[in-house]
Every structure is written in C-alpha cells, then in structure tokens.
Design a binder for this molecule. Structure first.
Ligand SMILES: [Zn+2]
Length: 232
C-alpha cells in the first residue's frame, strides 16, 4: 500500500513546519521531518539482517527472544541524539511515526520479523504520560503499523507505577524494580501470537526484559524486539 503511506506523509508535510529536526536546515518537497542528507547519513546498524547482532546478544540467557534489533547506533552529540531528543522532549510525536516507518521498512525486508500479530509499545506510567502528553514508543509503533499493517496493542501490557530514578542502582536492584513494574491484561488474546515489543532507546535492556517477562505469562508463540536506537 505505498499510496496510503505516501499520502499520509504528504499530509504530515502539509501540517507541520518544514525544517529538518536533525540539522535545522530547511526541508525541500518530499522530505518529512528529516532532510535527505541527515536521512542517508544516519548510523544504521543493519541488525535486521543479522540475527546474532549486539542487541540480540544482550538478551541471550535473559529472555527467550525470537529476534532483537535496533535501527540506529546512538551516539552522543550526533544526529540520532538530536532526533531522539525532539521525539521525547520537544512535543514531536509525529517524528516517532516518521522514524517508525523507517524501522517498519527494515522489519518488512527481514526474514526474522515475519508473521507479527501484535505491536506492543513499551508503556509509560500515567504520571509521565500526562507530563509528556504522549508515549513516544506508541508513535514509533504507529509508523511500523503503517508499513506492516499489524495492529497495535496498548491494553495488554500496562505499567503499574512510577519507578524511581535508576541511575544509582545496581543491575539486580534495577531488575527487581523493573520486573514488578508491568501488569498483563487479557493474556488469553496473546496466546500463540507473535508479539513485537517496541522501544525508543535501548540501553541495558532492563525495561524490555521486564516487559517480555510479563508477556511470557500469556504463552505467546514468539516475542521479538525492535528499538529505534541503542547505546553502545
Ligand atoms: Zn538534516
């Protein structure tokens, strides 16, 4: 359905101001949120073509995971950091859709992400959702959904409560803190399904691990993981 995707992007172009969120230069026709120079210069990982990539290895021995990938390397002071900052802190949820489309195109072309039944963005707890106004991972999922034609689930995996700042905690404490943070609803609807967990930036993987542990209680067929970027 390239027509639907292109008309959606054209609509976004009409609705939103036309400077690149990567380099702040003016956009030209056909460029949405990110200019062609930034888009082509992004540090793509090609993880979707390599099942034993660095992100997948992070989850080895932690959770049973069909496939895991991040689209971009996250480097401090680079374009990716700039884009993620806009996505999270400057009220640019549509950038999430734009980036989600890029991510979805990679998943579509990969043999390891076929037959996905549900897209499950990592949920935010209500307090943070109210403060930011949107869940950036949900908008990434919207972009992926436009490409894969797969429904997004926001009702199955719920975030229970605010977790404290985790910066000063060890990995075990962080994990214990995280693993109690998610609740599962209507698990019968996820049984024998292929689930794709979606996050914006992957660092230790503790959040995704806790999400996967909650989802495993539903006995899905497979869990796969996709993030926009990961910190090396
Ligand atoms: Zn640019």
């Amino acid at each position: 359905m390239p027509f639907l995707k292109n008309s959606f992007l054209d609509l976004l172009h009409l609705l939103f101001p036309a400077t690149c969120l990567g380099c702040a230069l003016p956009l030209v026709a056909g460029e949405i949120y990110i200019c062609s120079t930034c888009l082509h210069g992004l540090p793509y990982t090609d993880h979707h073509l390599h099942p034993e990539n660095l992100v997948a290895r992070q989850f080895w021995g932690r959770i049973p995971c069909n496939a895991a990938m991040a689209m971009l390397f996250f480097k401090k002071a680079g374009t990716v950091q700039q884009l993620i900052h806009h996505l999270k802190y400057s009220n640019q949820p549509e950038l999430g859709i734009r980036m989600g489309i890029l991510l979805g195109e990679r998943l579509l072309s990969s043999p390891f992400y076929q037959g996905i039944d549900f897209l499950i963005p990592v949920p935010l707890h209500n307090k943070r959702l109210k403060k930011r106004g949107y869940n950036q991972s949900y908008h990434i999922a919207q972009g992926i959904s436009l490409v894969l034609k797969t429904p997004i689930s926001t009702k199955h995996l719920l975030r229970k409560a605010a977790t404290d700042s985790q910066t000063n905690k060890g990995r075990l404490l962080r994990f214990e803190n995280m693993s109690a943070a998610f609740d599962l609803q209507h698990p019968e609807e996820l049984a024998d399904q292929h689930l794709l967990l979606i996050d914006d930036v992957l660092t230790t993987g503790a959040t995704l691990e806790a999400c996967a542990i909650a989802l495993l209680k539903a006995r899905p067929e497979k869990i796969s993981i996709a993030a926009l970027a990961f910190v090396t």
